[in-house]
Design a protein around this ligand. Structure first.
Ligand code: DGL
Length: 265
């Protein structure tokens, strides 16, 4: 059997939170990461544009001969996963189903109540609600778009009073609903776990990146994946990406980042 790397993509650098979970389970396996830093954010775009971008992102990764693709981006997973699975022959794992599975498992042993946090496009798609109701239609789902969280993270506002204030503004009503699980349905939100946890308690937070990485590991038998290191591609200037990677992954990856013209794919 020829072993190949795994592809992982996101609209930008937030997907590094998924890479960090991927590395915990896949250990020293080779992966190719693509971050569409020239066209981020996806969360405020139309479904048509999200699908077009996601198809290009997958075509790029497939040009690197990946064995499977993990869609780290919550927005793409919620709006374009079927389109991608229809168009490409390799396994394509999104974050929605694995995360819904985990949240339902928790809620079934609690009050039967789940909160979903995501970008505007993720919440508008209703994808989490559909996936949850498919598993158990008696579960109550409360969905809230938190559009300011992404720019806060991108600007380094991780643990600042302004971020806590905005989190309370978005989530205070939701905190009164007595939910069992809070789905962090966007790549950037696990980075705000501490601040979001101040509202709900960190123990109820469900990290979509972790669930997707665990699911992909169970699906893709470790044996099929090539050993090696990560390679990183971005569609804009690599400097900011490399700085964030230092913080999120705790390693200097500046020598493994290359720029690619995604419009060619
Ligand atoms: N990566 C996106 C997601 O997980 C967040 C950033 C964006 O809006 O593109 O939904």
């Amino acid at each position: 059997m020829i072993k190949r790397p795994i592809g992982i993509f996101d609209s930008g650098l937030g997907g590094l939170s998924v890479v960090s979970e991927f590395k915990k389970v896949f250990k020293n396996k080779r992966y190719i990461y693509f971050g569409d830093t020239a066209r981020v954010p996806y969360g405020s775009k139309s479904v048509e544009t999200i699908k077009r971008f996601a198809l290009q992102d997958c075509r790029f990764l497939l040009s690197k001969d990946v064995a499977a693709i993990i869609v780290a981006c919550g927005t793409v997973s919620a709006n374009a996963i079927e389109e991608l699975q229809k168009n490409f022959a390799v396994p394509i794992v999104g974050v929605v189903e694995p995360t819904a599975n985990k949240a339902v498992e928790i809620a079934m042993n609690g009050n039967g109540r789940i909160a979903v946090l995501g970008t505007a496009a993720t919440i508008k798609s209703g994808a989490y609600e559909k996936a949850i109701k498919k598993l158990d239609d008696k579960i109550d789902v409360f969905s809230v778009a938190c559009p300011l969280f992404v720019p806060l993270v991108e600007n380094g506002y991780i643990d600042k009073p302004a971020t806590s204030m905005i989190a309370r503004e978005y989530l205070e009503d939701l905190a009164k609903k007595n939910v069992d699980a809070v789905i962090l349905g966007c790549t950037h939100y696990p980075i705000l776990s501490k601040v979001i946890g101040e509202v709900f308690g960190e123990s109820v937070l469900v990290n979509s990146g972790k669930e997707a990485a665990d699911y992909a590991y169970a699906l893709l038998e470790e044996k099929e994946v090539e050993d090696g290191e990560g390679e990183y591609y971005v569609s804009d200037e690599p400097h900011g990406f490399s700085e964030t990677a230092n913080v999120l992954l705790g390693e200097d990856i500046s020598s493994c980042i290359r720029r690619v013209n995604i419009e060619e794919f």
